[in-house]
Design a protein around this ligand. Structure first.
Ligand SMILES: Cc1cc2nc3c(=O)[nH]c(=O)nc-3n(C[C@H](O)[C@H](O)[C@H](O)COP(=O)(O)O)c2cc1C
Length: 156
């Protein structure tokens, strides 16, 4: 099965998980990039505002084409109890190009179910599997059993 992982990461946590998943699942890896500054307090507040307002923002062109893959794995940090604005923008743009899709997120605490349901609403079909990890689990690399279970669900 050909898998593409597409993710956004502001501070490197979701990126760390995405890189690990790419080697674990033998997948191609694509980082979503945008032009908005997300540094510092202002960047944090703007990011939260964009997520809460469900803003669609310009994102850079992808290197890989989701249409070429059997499965697209979408990774996001949870922002304001929902998907990050760069990932929302990616989903809106490419949702019709997925043969199958699944999702993973990293988060400090709560909001994963709303994050998943927001993404499912945009794509219009349920995610094949969903992996949610806390920031601290990713930083400590305490996720081996979770990603094994995730992989099993993806292969079903
Ligand atoms: C603007 C903003 C809003 C956030 N809102 C939530 C939230 O609602 N729930 C939560 O569990 N974590 C929240 N977080 C924490 C991030 O989801 C968490 O730190 C994540 O692992 C960061 O991933 P990254 O390093 O890939 O950007 C928020 C972070 C930011 C920047």
């Amino acid at each position: 099965m050909k898998i593409l992982i597409v993710y956004y990461s502001r501070t490197g946590v979701t990126k760390k998980l995405a890189i690990h998943l790419a080697s674990f699942l033998n997948a191609d890896l694509e980082e979503i990039k945008d032009q908005n500054s997300r540094l510092g307090l202002l960047g944090y507040l703007n990011s939260g505002k964009e997520a809460a307002l469900k803003k669609i923002i310009p994102i850079e062109k992808l290197m890989f084409n989701p249409k070429d893959y059997d499965l697209v794995l979408v990774g996001t940090p949870v922002w304001a109890f929902t998907i990050s604005s760069p990932v929302r923008s990616f989903l809106e743009k490419y949702k019709n190009d997925f043969k199958a899709w699944a999702m993973f997120c990293t988060q400090g605490g709560e909001g994963e179910q709303k994050t998943l349901s927001s993404a499912e609403k945009i794509v219009g079909s349920p995610a094949k599997a969903f992996l949610r990890l806390l920031t601290k689990q990713v930083l400590r690399k305490e996720f081996l059993s979770e990603i094994e279970v995730f992989k099993e669900k993806l292969e079903k």
